[in-house]
Design a protein around this ligand. Structure first.
Ligand code: F0G
Length: 463
């Protein structure tokens, strides 16, 4: 068979214009946004890679299903379709819809976590960590050693360190209400977790009598990486692999804004009847009746269809290939990044690109501003502005200074990706002239969303 370009496995039948701006207009927009891309108007952004969450395009089948939704308050047909879709992949007994992933996390942790408890994970996502800490619990990150090195080429850098997990469960015996595994590992670079690692975590948890949960936001992308990279899985379908992943766990939290291919929604699913009953009561308190959980019937329909489409091979092949394609172009242009490419995003290594900018002058933040200025592309800093401010008000450099380019699902085409590569190659050429930034005003917590910054020089570049 001849080998060919992996094309988008869809044709476009609804379009949304994106607006070209001049460099001067972007310089003004950046100034008005106080050099914080979160403060930009989306209409001033040409290519928005801020997040892959809730930003995907829905299919004609999803829209068609939405038109046929049942908006009954209780026991709606749409709930049954949603529950069957979730159950068909996870085979978990209880399915509770929520308005998004963090609502599922809050309900699970307020039900299961007591002050002083410890929850291990390969790497907690911010909202997962925050919801555990809000309960007075301790969120313990146990990434494998390869996952700590941005340049290490390893097929499953998202794995949890199984020996460290075993030790933690012994050391904190009686204080670990559950263990979590995040697939793929978002905060760790969008890296996958192997089936062997999920099975290993299952065995250890079983031995210690502790339930294992998946943070399943990107379960389909993880299944594809297992198919591509793990011996014995090449001939298995993504759906079959996903079902095996879920067979090793006692429950999951899910943001359907990622691999649910929906713009909003999520769920909590689990086997334990008693815990499920308590979670359901908690759900009624803040989200709504257990058959809609804060969502419209049509959202439940969109997710039910999305969960089916996200496991299609053509979709996953195109999805993972688009990110890898950008990685290849950036590698050719000598733009440093976390290796290998993640499933939903690429992470640029700003410390390596901008060694002349000290971590407390925010190299990754500066890079995110430069990428917007030169090309109208929005991406998020995952570095010292996001993580550097300590609860006592002091500042320390984050472990890494990265810029995440997250890919919305089914939204951008190959020429959009070519354009992104051209802009980044251009920024790379001018990198040594970039100067850092300083914070002018910031809130006490989660400062990256709203802080006001200013460049150290007259503009982003040395004059
Ligand atoms: N878990 C992971 C691994 C996530 O990446 C996210 C969201 C959540 C949980 C929470 O889900 O947003 O539906 O409440 N990640 C988004 C991102 C925001 O940009 O990576 P949510």
């Amino acid at each position: 068979m001849f080998s060919h370009t992996i094309i988008e496995p869809f044709r476009v039948r609804t379009v949304e214009p994106i607006r070209q701006t001049t460099r001067d207009e972007r310089a003004a927009a950046l100034r008005a946004a106080d050099y914080n891309v979160f403060r930009l108007d989306a209409s001033d952004v040409l290519i928005d890679l801020l997040t892959d969450s809730g930003t995907g395009a829905m299919s004609a089948n999803q829209w068609a299903a939405m038109m046929q939704s049942d908006e009954s308050y209780a026991g709606a047909r749409s709930f049954h379709r949603f529950r069957d879709a979730v159950h068909g992949i996870t085979h978990l007994a209880h399915v509770l819809p929520t308005h998004q992933g963090r609502a599922a996390e809050r309900i699970l942790f307020t039900t299961m976590v007591r002050p002083g408890d410890v929850v291990p994970n390969n790497t907690h996502f911010d909202t997962t960590r925050a919801n555990i800490e809000d309960r007075g619990g301790i969120a313990l990150d146990l990434p494998c050693s390869e996952g700590r090195d941005p340049q290490a080429e390893h097929p499953f850098k998202g794995n949890i360190d199984l020996e460290a997990l075993d030790r933690a469960l012994t050391e904190h015996a009686g204080r670990v209400p559950l263990v979590m595994l995040t697939v793929t590992n978002n905060s760790g670079g969008g890296q996958p977790v192997s089936m062997a690692n999920i099975r290993g975590a299952h065995d250890i948890c079983r031995r210690h009598g502790v339930p294992l949960f998946l943070d399943a936001c990107r379960f389909a992308e993880n299944a594809w990486f297992i198919k591509m990279r793990e011996p014995g899985y090449a001939e298995r379908s993504p759906r079959d692999i996903a079902e095996e992943m879920f067979s090793y766990v006692d429950g999951c939290t899910m943001s359907a804004k990622k691999d649910g291919l929906a713009n909003i929604g999520g769920f909590l699913a689990l086997n334990d009847d008693e815990v499920a009953a308590r979670c359901r009561n908690n759900l009624i308190l803040t989200e709504g009746f257990p058959t809609y959980g804060g969502l419209a019937g049509y959202d439940l329909e969109a997710i039910a269809v999305g969960l089916h489409e996200v496991l299609e091979e053509d979709y996953l092949r195109y999805r993972i290939r688009s990110v890898e394609y950008l990685a290849e172009k950036l590698q050719a242009a000598d733009v440093p990044m976390v290796r290998p490419a993640g499933g939903h995003a690429l992470y640029l290594d700003a410390r390596q690109l901008l060694p002349h900018i000290a971590p407390l002058e925010y190299p990754a933040w500066t890079l995110s501003c430069a990428i917007y200025l030169e090309g109208g592309i929005r991406a998020s800093e995952i570095g010292t502005v996001m993580f550097g401010l300590q609860p006592d008000g002091t500042e320390t450099p984050a472990r890494m200074d990265l810029v995440r380019l997250a890919f919305p699902r089914r939204v951008y085409t190959q020429s959009h990706v070519d354009y992104v590569a051209e802009v980044l190659a251009f920024v790379r050429q001018r990198a040594s002239a970039l100067r850092g930034c300083r914070i002018v005003e910031q809130p006490a917590a989660l400062r990256h969303f709203t802080a006001r910054l200013a460049p150290l020089a007259d503009g982003l570049y040395a004059s």
